[in-house]
Write a protein that binds this ligand. Structure first.
Ligand code: HMG
Ligand code: MG
Length: 301
């Protein structure tokens, strides 16, 4: 069966904007986040506290986060990415209450994205997760390249499941399965979820994070919902990609997801009209139309 309610983990301001060629002004980022909250999104990944040379698009995290932090008092969760102690330090200094570390199922991407092996990356995360949990923060563990990798090809489910379990064992509250290059298909999704449940991981702790490179993101999401996943990552207007994975395009568009969930009678709390208006506004800021089919259909673009 399908869940009655799905929590959308909105990643547009982070995964979406980290891949923009130009730098989006901090006021525009803040307004984007405020508008997403006003459209009913309750978890909005705001930015990353990574090395500014690695992701210059998000180098304004110190300026942005305080501008939107007040949303927390109206119940909006504002997770941020932190790869290491330095990142956690920066996030704690600004009062962040939710962070995410981000590992890789493959060695090639661990090297490209974190300059570490898979083991070294997990060793880097261990004290970050421990300290964040001690400080009362909620911690998400991303796992990238769960299905396919641009250098290594198809990724065996046991390999992805094993690294995923290690992230949860570090103390992460939630594991987000990343299809960084959008290569997954529904049978592969089901197989990975079954490998995780077979190893004792409850799917209440698992989120799915699909990129739409091959147009499979919605089908993959439906397969995950049918297995019992209730948290889905999406990016308003389908913005996104990863600067350290060439074949990554935008994430599953939040509007496409909400359109499907509305049709299935699954509650998300999101007002699709207000969300679409936000993505149309953002497309204007970025100077190109949204790739989301639902945004285009609803805005007659
Ligand atoms: P490194 O070069 O190995 O860094 O990068 P290091 O640990 O050797 O440190 C070198 C210098 O950087 C030091 O300064 C540190 O203080 C500084 P120095 O002592 O030389 O003056 N430094 C920092 N400064 C500010 N903030 C920090 C920080 N850390 C170190 N946090 C590092 C290692 C992890 C830092 C680097 O590789 C990095 O920042 N990577 C981030 C890459 C990234 O953000 N990728 C995109 C997000 S992942 C993604 O998009 C996938 C996802 O969406 C899921 C999916 O789709 O699969 C989540
Ligand atoms: Mg991503």
């Amino acid at each position: 069966g399908l869940p009655e309610r799905v929590r959308i983990h909105e990643v547009g301001p982070r995964d979406g904007l980290q891949n923009e060629k130009g730098t989006v002004p901090v006021e525009v980022k803040a307004e984007f986040i405020e508008r997403l909250a006003a459209a009913g999104l309750t978890t909005i990944e705001a930015t990353s506290f990574v090395h500014p040379k690695w992701v210059p698009q998000l180098a304004d995290a110190e300026e942005l986060f305080p501008r939107v932090a007040a949303l927390a008092s109206s119940g909006v969760r504002l997770p941020v990415l932190v790869p290491n102690d330095r990142g956690l330090e920066r996030a704690l200094a600004l009062g962040a209450t939710e962070v995410a570390v981000f590992g890789s199922a493959t060695e090639s991407f661990a090297k490209a994205n974190l300059n570490r092996t898979v083991d070294e990356a997990l060793a880097m995360f261990a004290p970050v997760v421990a300290r964040a949990k001690d400080a009362g923060l909620r911690v998400r563990g991303y796992l990238s390249m769960c299905f396919g990798d641009p250098w290594e090809g198809s990724v065996p489910v046991e390999q992805a499941a094993a690294v995923g379990r290690r992230l949860l064992d570090l103390g992460c509250d939630e594991l987000s399965l990343g299809d960084t290059i959008g290569a997954a298909t529904p049978g592969h999704v089901t197989a990975l979820l079954d490998a995780l449940t077979g190893g004792g991981t409850p799917l209440q702790r698992v989120a799915v994070h699909f990129h739409d490179t091959y147009g499979q993101a919605l089908s993959n999401t439906l397969a995950a919902l049918q297995r019992g996943v209730t948290t889905v990552d999406a990016s308003a207007g389908g913005l996104g990609g990863c600067p350290y994975a060439k074949s990554a395009t935008g994430n599953l568009a939040t509007e496409d997801l909400v359109w499907m969930l509305n049709g299935l009678g699954i509650d998300t709390g999101v007002d699709i009209g207000r969300l679409t208006a936000t993505s149309v506004w953002m497309a204007g800021q970025l100077g190109r139309p949204s790739p989301s089919r639902t945004v285009r259909a609803l805005s007659h673009q």
